[in-house]
Design a protein around this ligand. Structure first.
Ligand SMILES: *Cc1c(COP(=O)(O)O)cnc(C)c1O
Length: 400
């Protein structure tokens, strides 16, 4: 047994088995490549599930964090801290929204967003038993609250009834949403581009319609941009592509580029719903996590990451379209920017394992879809390398 194999075994011995892990221990990263414990190189088109946008071993990012470590890591939210205030200012100014609450994860950002909508409705009429409208095939996280609006039986089975009531409508079907609105509805939540559900971008008319509905009913519209936000879709926030503003937006994944941090962001109207005592967190927004957020925004601006995503994203689209045309068994190619997917007729697990053996890291979204969410700093040559390995992999797996 190699040292790496020993570690995988030890992982099975000690870590609760809620994942079927791929057989690799990544030890370090550099740029858009990962290296396992045996020193083998992998081209990374997963970015730790759409997290590590700026590439691995990024010197200025590492230095910014080291500097913050030497100052202070944590103070609690009983006091003000500089990095959190600077990071919140960045988010507010770039999103043209109003206030930010920092969390430790995407799930917690969703929890907070749901509480905002419930409280907003409660303040108007405390007597009702409120519920949300959420979308089929959505994914919003694993806590009881976030799970309650996750429209996928795979995640909910065994945990129902969940805490908050939600009714589910079909994504991109405005009439379906309309038919499910009642006087108990306190909010509508959706991803702007569905991630785990299989890389489905929203239609413009759909988001516009949701906005109009929420305005008419005076209920809050929540956009989950945990995965599709932070430049991934070719604009800093995915909803900017559509010109439709949410009342509350959830962020995480690439927000800290590896340091666990999320946020929910409220517009002016929604920012009054929660008052002191309504919500809190010990770690959330601590100086370490928010120093990472500040550095992420600094690099996004300095390197004009969003323009880069547009350029490389278009190239990736073109190349994946060629792959799509080459194999009859690929059913569809979807996505925007550096969030794209190829849908197959059957589960893609074996393809992903073969790709891994060949030094390419890709992941699935749902059983039948390969998802491409690389670091946002990939170059065209990386796309070419990925396409070459992918094509070989598909042939080897008997895909025609
Ligand atoms: C990953 C994800 C979440 C949950 O974030 P965690 O950090 O895993 O808690 C929520 N919504 C979407 C759209 C996601 O992709």
């Amino acid at each position: 047994m190699t040292k790496m194999q020993e570690y995988m075994q030890k992982g099975e011995d000690y870590i609760l088995k809620t994942y079927n892990r791929y057989p690799v221990v990544f030890e370090k990263g550099d740029g858009v490549c990962l290296y396992d414990m045996d020193g083998k190189r992998y081209l990374d088109f997963a970015a730790g599930i759409a997290v590590f946008a700026l590439g691995y071993n990024n010197k200025t990012y590492n230095d910014a964090l080291k500097e913050q470590i030497d100052k202070i890591l944590h103070t609690s939210n009983l006091y003000y801290n500089q990095p959190a205030i600077d990071a919140a200012e960045k988010i507010v100014k770039t999103s043209k929204m109003s206030k930010v609450f920092f969390t430790n994860s995407g799930t917690e950002a969703i929890e907070g967003a749901l509480k905002v909508a419930r409280k907003y409705a409660y303040l108007k009429d405390p007597s009702k038993d409120y519920e949300f409208i959420a979308m089929n095939h959505s994914f919003h996280g694993r806590s009881q609250g976030a799970l309650s609006v996750t429209g996928n039986a795979h995640y909910q089975d065994g945990f129902v009834p969940v805490e908050m009531r939600a009714v589910f409508a079909d994504f991109n079907d405005l009439d379906d949403v309309k038919s499910k609105i009642t006087d108990k509805t306190c909010g509508i939540i959706c991803e702007v581009v569905q991630g785990e559900g299989g890389i489905y971008p929203a239609k413009k008319e759909f988001l516009e319609g949701l906005r109009k509905l929420c305005d008419e009913k005076d209920i809050l519209l929540i956009f989950d941009e945990v995965q599709c936000g932070m430049g991934r879709c070719g604009s800093l926030y995915a909803h900017d592509l559509y010109g439709v503003k949410p009342d509350v937006m959830a962020l995480a994944k690439a927000l800290g580029c590896g340091v666990p941090v999320g946020a929910f962001v409220t517009n002016e109207k929604a920012s009054h719903a929660l008052v002191p005592g309504d919500h809190g967190t010990t770690y959330g927004g601590n100086p370490f996590a928010t120093a990472a957020v500040c550095e992420v925004f600094r690099q996004f601006e300095e390197r004009d990451i969003v323009s880069h995503v547009n350029e490389v994203g278009a190239y990736l689209y073109e190349k994946l379209e060629e792959v799509n045309n080459q194999f009859a068994q690929i059913k569809a190619h979807r996505g925007v920017g550096l969030m794209q997917g190829l849908e197959f007729e059957k589960p893609v697990g074996d393809i992903i394992v073969t790709a891994l053996k060949k030094g390419l890291v890709i992941i699935s979204a749902g059983a039948n879809i390969i998802r491409f969410v690389p670091p946002l700093v990939i170059e065209k040559k990386d796309v070419d390398e990925m396409i070459a390995i992918l094509t070989e992999t598909l042939k080897e797996n008997g895909i025609q």
